[in-house]
Design a protein around this ligand. Structure first.
Ligand SMILES: CCCCCCCC(=O)SCCNC(=O)CCNC(=O)[C@H](O)C(C)(C)COP(=O)(O)OP(=O)(O)OC[C@H]1O[C@@H](n2cnc3c(N)ncnc32)[C@H](O)[C@@H]1OP(=O)(O)O
Length: 220
């Protein structure tokens, strides 16, 4: 299934205008959030385990059974979640978004919140996101910055798609270290939103991004 980027109603900021289901983040059951967190830990455990083969085989069978149990009821692709930001405004994203999706155990759960300048998040990454030894994978750095600049464009103007993204990797970005991610809008020209973002570790910039977002709704 692909998602049509053309709105079908006059309310382009509401994903229901695109025929996509929408849930409020606060309505997600605590049990689901707990499951997501447990499976996130499971992925890390699997990636790093050195247990014996009997234990591996037994665990694989158990996990297969759990997967079958969950697959009896699946969400529609493109299902959206609306979350409230610190200043009372809301932000909408796909619920399985690989960077911040509430229901995605593979996501680092990057929770961006509003600042005077734009958006800001703090996240600490484990070895699931490893590229070079002890360091964050460059593609994940790009993914987090893409999310940060895309989200700031959405909350400050309206939702769009990344047309162009440039990353400068200034210093290695370490695992197991609090990372500060910030993003802001530089200027808007009709449907074109020029945005920028930055990752800092220990106060030092490790990566910077500039991007062009194209708003998906008709201007005006
Ligand atoms: C809350 C949400 C957070 C989301 C965070 C994550 C964001 C993402 O990762 S989005 C996924 C990755 N991006 C994509 O898949 C997008 C794929 N590309 C496309 O669909 C299209 O190229 C799209 C929609 C970006 C633009 O297409 P279209 O709407 O036809 O616009 P188009 O007429 O080509 O271009 C509009 C303007 O942008 C310019 N432009 C388009 N692409 C580029 C580019 N790569 N570089 C520079 N300028 C560009 C054009 O020159 C044009 O400028 P002007 O109006 O001055 O003539």
């Amino acid at each position: 299934m692909t998602v049509n980027t053309q709105p079908v109603t006059e309310s382009p900021d509401d994903p229901r205008a695109f025929g996509l289901p929408l849930v409020d983040a606060h309505s997600l059951p605590a049990e689901l959030r707990t499951l997501v967190s447990r499976v996130h830990d499971l992925v890390d455990a699997v990636a790093n385990t050195e247990v014996d083969t009997d234990t591996l085989a037994e665990t694989a069978a158990t996990v297969e059974g759990l997967t079958d149990r969950l697959n009896v009821a699946r969400r529609q692709i493109g299902a959206m979640v609306r979350r409230e930001l610190g200043d009372g405004t809301t932000m909408v994203g796909t619920i399985t978004n690989i960077v911040e999706g509430e229901t995605n155990p593979a996501a680092p759960q990057l929770f961006l919140d509003r600042t005077d300048e734009g958006l800001r998040a703090e996240v600490t990454l484990n070895t699931i996101y490893q590229g070079p030894p002890g360091l964050v994978h460059g593609g994940w750095i790009a993914a987090m910055l893409d999310q940060a600049v895309g989200s700031v464009s959405a909350v400050e103007t309206s939702p769009g798609l990344t047309a162009n993204l440039e990353i400068d990797y200034r210093r290695p970005t370490p695992l197991f270290t609090p990372l500060e991610i910030t993003s802001w809008v530089e200027r808007v020209e009709g449907r074109k939103v020029f945005v920028a973002g930055r990752i800092r570790a220990h106060g030092q910039v490790t990566a910077e991004a500039t991007a062009l977002m194209i708003r998906v709704e008709a201007d005006g």
